[in-house]
Ligand binder design. Structure first.
Ligand code: HEM
Length: 97
């Protein structure tokens, strides 16, 4: 969230923003230094697989947008209350063509 590092729109999700040398694309989501998360690669891979599978559905709809809060215990952001729905047609993209 530091504009000096992440730029003016530091809070926006933007995987392609230019970053200063040495700053990793995920910012501090996995910490840094000697206790940086050793599971980061696995977590990114899992998230990538999940999102690719989810976004295959062409009738996926957002029913309720999440609220964004901050959890003091883990010092991290929380998204709560997101509701998704698959319409009646169902099936992955291209399946109904
Ligand atoms: C999206 C998922 C994940 C996030 C956001 C995340 C984030 C973090 C953060 C912020 C830390 C603390 C770094 C610090 O103390 O400075 C951490 C530590 C750690 N994470 Fe993760 N993590 C994730 C998934 C995983 C997975 C999948 C594994 C194991 C397979 C894992 C294993 C660990 C371990 C063992 C530590 C302690 C490292 C240490 O204290 O030296 N994490 N993680």
């Amino acid at each position: 969230m530091d504009p000096a590092v992440m730029g003016e729109d530091a809070g926006a999700v933007c995987p392609h923003r230019p970053l200063p040398r040495g700053v990793q694309a995920q910012g501090l989501a996995f910490g840094d230094g000697p206790h940086r998360c050793p599971g980061a690669f696995l977590a990114i891979k899992e998230s990538d697989m999940f999102l690719r599978r989810l976004l295959l559905w062409n009738d996926l709809e957002i029913v309720r947008h999440p609220t964004v809060g901050y959890n003091e215990i883990v010092k991290g952001y929380e998204l709560r209350g997101l509701r998704l729905r698959l319409g009646r047609l169902g099936g992955p993209k291209g399946a109904n063509a």
